[in-house]
Design a protein around this ligand. Structure first.
Ligand code: HEM
Length: 488
């Protein structure tokens, strides 16, 4: 008996190994895109991705082409790394759809009840169309941008610089966080009180989003409870009557008798609002400070534009009417710097679920499978952006649009909007986010003198590439700045 076991064991082990090999190292079906091989089941390629995501996608594209399957932390998805394919996928908005994934996140990450998302018409009854409309350029200019500009101006006017170095995050992230939170939730929102809990929640976001097993879920759960408690307090205090977006969501919840969802809806909005733009402000200033000429060209552009604009509008001032200023003044370098910041420091996944059997790029996709467009692959492609690894604030400036040269013009490119995704589900906050950044940075440059603290090194501006796909990349560590008021 023992002899028989000894003889058959190698055969059984070989069969198991071959089965495992075929399962994890070869594509799941012959008509599916090729798959990046991996060794450890469940973890799949997650460790390689977390180590250096940019190299992972570059190497996988070189070996397997522009669409390949990746297994990571229990998920199997097809990644797309070429902008032309991305554009086609975005156009196929019936076959490849984001909304079911967005609803899944509302449940999984933001804590909405399955009964609301699946058993009521809450989302189906015009919800997405309405919030998209509220964020359209013509809508945001009516109320949202002027209200935000008022709070941003107040915050920067009230800022008292310290004579000692200050962490860039405390200056840049916190001010933008507060001003935008007041604009969307009203002045009763306890922005200061919730920043730390928001940062903890945002940090835990990938953990909450992925179906990781217990006990890995515990930190995410704690972070969620920390931030949702602020949202509950806010809703108790105001009934959700802040800005138009929040008010619409609260009223819609009341119409469907799911008032208990208002805090979760508020958190959804807070995350969309604060997970990216404050970090983009951080990077725009920090990366400019470390670039060849520092902030000087931006300050010069803002000063020239201010002098011209205030001369033409003697009753207005940048400090009081920053939204008019950025709408009317000639600030091409500022727009180009924001665009370059998003190109350089953003890792956005555009996730689309397959809604009907579809043949695309020579492969067949089944209902329920997911495609992920990795916008960063094209943002770092030398074909579109020579020396793509370098932050170049003037990259998006078109010839003849240097500061003061006339009409603002920023160069477009086939991958210009990749940081915001694409198609019908492209980021609905993109118009607000870009205006928000422009107003904020214009105010900063005209009122504060910002420089690097002694000892600050370019390595301090490293991106934390372990966190991918969620928009603006987090800094690895903070940068210390010296700040003084220009009018002091
Ligand atoms: C620099 C700032 C921002 C970046 C980089 C960014 C990035 C993104 C990306 C990559 C997507 C997914 C798009 C896709 O799947 O194709 C998205 C979706 C979305 N973003 Fe943003 N975002 C920013 C700011 C904002 C702001 C300020 C808001 C609103 C207050 C917002 C609200 C949303 C919403 C609601 C969606 C889902 C859209 C839909 O389902 O159709 N975002 N964002």
């Amino acid at each position: 008996m023992a002899g028989l076991l000894l003889l058959t064991a190698p055969v059984v082990i070989s069969v198991l190994l071959v089965t495992w090999y075929l399962k994890v190292r070869v594509r799941p079906r012959s008509d599916a895109p090729p798959m990046v091989p991996y060794i450890v089941p469940w973890l799949g390629s997650s460790i390689d991705m977390a180590k250096d995501a940019d190299s992972f996608f570059t190497n996988a594209t070189a070996k397997y082409g522009n669409i390949f399957g990746v297994q990571a932390v229990g998920f199997y998805r097809y990644f797309v790394t070429h902008p032309t394919l991305a554009k086609q996928i975005h156009k196929m908005s019936k076959q490849f759809v984001f909304t079911p994934y967005r609803i899944h996140l509302s449940q999984k990450v933001f804590g909405m009840k399955r009964t609301t998302t699946e058993e009521t018409e809450f989302f189906a009854d015009g919800f997405f169309e309405t919030v998209h409309r509220l964020m359209a350029p013509s809508e945001i200019m009516k109320n949202l941008v002027p209200t935000y500009a008022k709070y941003a101006a107040q915050e920067i006017a009230a800022y008292v610089p310290s004579p000692t170095p200050v962490a860039a995050r405390d200056l840049l992230y916190n001010i933008l966080f507060r001003a935008s939170a007041y604009a969307f939730f009203g002045p009763q929102f306890d922005a200061d009180g919730c920043i730390a809990d928001f940062i903890a929640f945002d940090k835990a976001f990938p953990l909450i989003m992925l179906d990781v097993p217990w006990p890995l879920t515990v930190p995410g759960q704690q972070a969620y409870e920390g931030i949702i408690k602020h949202m509950k307090k806010y809703v108790e205090k105001t009934n959700g009557n802040g800005g138009e977006y929040m008010e619409y969501m609260a009223n819609h919840a009341r119409n469907y008798h799911v008032e208990h969802e208002i805090p979760a809806l508020g958190l959804t909005l807070l995350w969309a609002l604060e997970a990216n733009a404050p970090l983009a402000a951080y990077w725009a200033v920090v990366l400019s400070l470390f670039s060849k000429n520092g902030l000087a060209p931006l300050v010069a552009e803002a000063d020239t534009a201010r002098a011209t604009w205030e001369a033409a509008n003697p009753n207005l001032s940048v400090a009081k009417n920053p939204d008019f200023f950025v709408a009317q003044a000639n600030l091409p370098l500022l727009s180009a710097t924001i665009q370059e910041t998003l190109r350089y420091a953003t890792s956005s996944f555009s996730i689309r679920r397959v809604m009907e059997p579809t043949t695309f790029a020579g492969f067949n996709f089944k209902i329920g499978e997911e495609l992920v467009i990795n916008g960063r692959s094209s943002q770092l492609d030398d074909e579109y952006y020579p020396d793509a690894e370098i932050f170049d604030p003037s990259r998006f400036l078109s010839a003849g649009s240097a500061a003061g040269s006339g009409k603002e013009k920023v160069v477009n490119s086939p991958t210009f909007t990749a940081p915001f995704g694409g198609g019908v589900s492209m980021c609905e906050g993109r118009h607000f986010a870009q205006t928000e950044l422009k107003v904020f940075i214009a105010l900063l440059l005209t009122q504060l003198d910002i420089s690097l603290a002694p000892g600050a090194k370019p390595e301090d501006a490293a991106l934390d590439s372990t966190r991918i796909g969620l928009g603006v990349i987090h800094p690895k560590r903070d940068v210390m700045l010296l700040v003084r008021r220009r009018d002091a």
